[in-house]
Design a protein around this ligand. Structure first.
Ligand code: NDP
Length: 330
């Protein structure tokens, strides 16, 4: 038996209701998979908060254990790549959405979904970085694949005080880039400077419709906002600039023109972390281990028990939580 946060849905009409509770679960109820992991740490992402509150139909089958990422220790494996005792990390693959996730003492998954925990990270640090940090690294790799280097010029990071943005700022600064951090939270300026941002700009002015082309400012950008913000960022890219887009914090739409692409040769690269192939995941975690100075991020890690997750989920959705929520499970 192990402890698990379980989301259940009844079929009450006209509106089915969702219940969330900590339950004792029998190991036999675990889903299919050839590797069983004792979860050490998980974290609460925006997507997990959506799943737990039911604010958005993230969960595709019930009952469901939320938690789109976890770090843990292999307890049983029929995958030759993993032995009992190996420390592993999982991000995405629909875990916590359609396959039981990390908010439970045990998880069972296909071994192909796992990545070995990279030294020097502890399981707790890996979850402090979480899917947000791993996505930030995928964005940096996407810029590098397009030939961007610190000599290319200044790089803009939107949503800089958020999960993806803060790791992106820290990574780029450590790699020697001149980083401008865009935020809606002036009070986070000191934190952003501590991560290595050279300049802080307000997102006011980026949220309203702008011109198809503006003064050329950025050699590259990592965007978590989408919507009007992304359109305005594209309009400010330098000739042959590269934008890595991974989020929709400002909206799903993209009210832009083709002008930046056809007149300035700007490249817009999409970044998805959920279905990214193994080689990309491994490279991202290896590069995080090499390039991320996690001291500043550790200051904003908040340890919370699994019992408190339900209470914190609505606060996270309301933008009232500062820093990263890491959850000890074992
Ligand atoms: P957070 O909630 O931690 O951060 C989002 C940040 O976006 C906020 O902190 C804020 O930055 C900024 N923001 C909020 N509202 C707006 C707005 N209206 N306009 C512009 N900026 C805004 O989320 P994450 O960093 O974890 O995720 C960021 C985005 O990336 C989300 O949309 C998420 O769904 C997506 N994502 C995508 C992944 C993928 O695989 N493609 C993986 C992980 C996340 P500030 O505080 O600086 O004002």
């Amino acid at each position: 038996m192990f402890n698990a946060l379980i989301i259940r849905k009844d079929d009450q009409q006209p509106k089915p209701q969702q219940q969330v509770a900590l339950e004792q679960v029998d190991e036999q109820q675990l889903p299919e998979g050839n590797v069983t992991v004792q979860v050490g740490w998980t974290t609460m992402n925006y997507k997990d908060a959506l799943a737990i509150t039911g604010a958005s139909p993230v969960v595709r089958s019930f009952p469901m254990v939320p938690g789109i990422d976890f770090a843990g220790t292999v307890v049983e494996s029929r995958d030759p790549a993993y032995q009992k005792g190996d420390q592993v990390v999982l991000n995405g693959w629909g875990v916590g959405e359609k396959h039981w996730g990390g908010m439970a003492g045990l998880a069972r998954v296909p071994g192909d979904w796992l990545v070995p925990l990279q030294a020097p990270f502890t399981q707790k640090q890996a979850m402090g970085i979480g899917t947000a940090g791993y996505t930030a690294m995928l964005c940096v790799l996407a810029l590098e694949k397009q030939g961007i280097t610190p000599d290319s010029g200044p790089v803009l990071v939107t949503g800089a005080a958020g999960g993806v943005g803060s790791v992106a700022v820290a990574l780029l600064a450590k790699l020697g880039y001149q980083v401008t951090a865009m935020t809606g939270r002036e009070q986070e300026a000191d934190f952003l400077r501590s991560l290595g941002a050279a300049e802080i700009i307000s997102r006011d002015g980026y949220s309203q419709p702008g011109r198809p082309l503006n003064k050329e400012r950025w050699a590259a950008a990592i965007d978590v906002a989408g919507g009007q913000v992304l359109a305005n960022v594209c309009a400010e890219m330098r000739y042959r600039g590269v934008v890595a887009a991974c989020g929709l914090a400002a909206g799903m739409d993209f009210p832009a023109t083709v002008a930046p692409f056809i007149l300035r040769g700007v490249t817009l690269v999409g970044v998805d972390s959920v279905m990214a192939p193994y080689a990309d995941r491994l490279q991202a975690w290896q590069r995080l281990a090499q390039d991320l100075d996690i001291t500043a991020l550790e200051k904003v890690m908040q340890e919370v028990p699994l019992e408190q997750v339900q209470e914190l989920a609505p606060q996270l959705l309301a933008g009232q939580i500062r820093g990263r929520l890491v959850i000890p499970v074992a």
